[in-house]
Design a protein around this ligand. Structure first.
Ligand code: ZN
Length: 233
């Protein structure tokens, strides 16, 4: 197509101007080649290529497209934007009161890694379990739940949060870590109440639901590590 190192091309320039002019565009949509011929354009800037009714100027690349129909139909541009259901759980307007911070029952730390950074994740995991009583999950080598990259997780109680959070800030080794609280609303916990160490990354939590009736209302933490090292202070 257009090579910007080349000098100005009057022919191309005029053809673009013709296409972009609203009256010309309407004419193209309405009348096609016959209308073009009527105003002397056919055979000039426009080649007589017809590809499913679309007329292309001769400087457009000759891309062959398979004929077919869009599964979305051809009226998608008419669809209005609507407000999605519940931007903030349980609230359709601004809250009248701040939430109680005591709604947070515990925290999760989700440590993300990839094929280049897994040794850092391994070291951080080792340092963590040596120092803190946590619920440590398995290695996830593929996206799982709302987490879109490999990860591992540990959960911890509120009482050690004032130590764990600054400790993770200084010992992340540069890894991305999602710190989310556990309240009665997992979706909000992941999307709206999160803290991030280093860069944030997408969290696929939009469709997360509250626990079903009969389930514990808030995510539970069951400690499965015994610390052996005093936290450096
Ligand atoms: Zn979590």
């Amino acid at each position: 197509m257009t090579d910007h190192n080349q000098p100005f091309d009057e022919h191309d320039d005029q053809a673009w101007a013709d296409i972009l002019s609203p009256s010309r565009r309407n004419m193209l949509l309405g009348g096609g080649v016959a209308a073009l011929a009527g105003v002397g354009l056919a055979g000039n800037a426009f080649a007589q290529q017809q590809d499913g009714g679309i007329i292309r100027p001769d400087f457009w690349p000759d891309i062959k497209r398979e004929p077919g129909k869009s599964p979305w139909g051809y009226e998608t541009y008419k669809e209005p934007a609507k407000r999605p259901v519940s931007v903030r759980p349980g609230e359709q307007i601004l809250p009248t009161q701040p939430r109680k911070y005591t709604d947070i029952k515990s925290y999760h730390a989700h440590v993300y890694f990839d094929e280049d950074s897994y040794h850092k994740a391994e070291l951080l995991r080792k340092w963590t379990v040596e120092r803190f009583p946590v619920e440590l999950g398995h290695w996830n080598y593929e996206p799982v739940g709302p987490h879109v990259t490999p990860s591992f997780y540990f959960g911890f109680e509120n009482d050690i949060a004032p130590v764990v959070i600054p400790w993770l800030q200084l010992n992340s080794l540069g890894l991305t870590i999602l710190l989310h609280p556990n309240t009665e609303d997992p979706r909000a916990d992941h999307l709206y109440y999160a803290l991030w160490v280093n860069r944030a990354q997408p969290v696929n939590a939009y469709n997360m639901k509250k626990p079903a009736p009969g389930q514990p209302p808030v995510e539970q933490i069951f400690i499965n590590t015994k610390p052996t090292v005093k936290v450096e202070a």
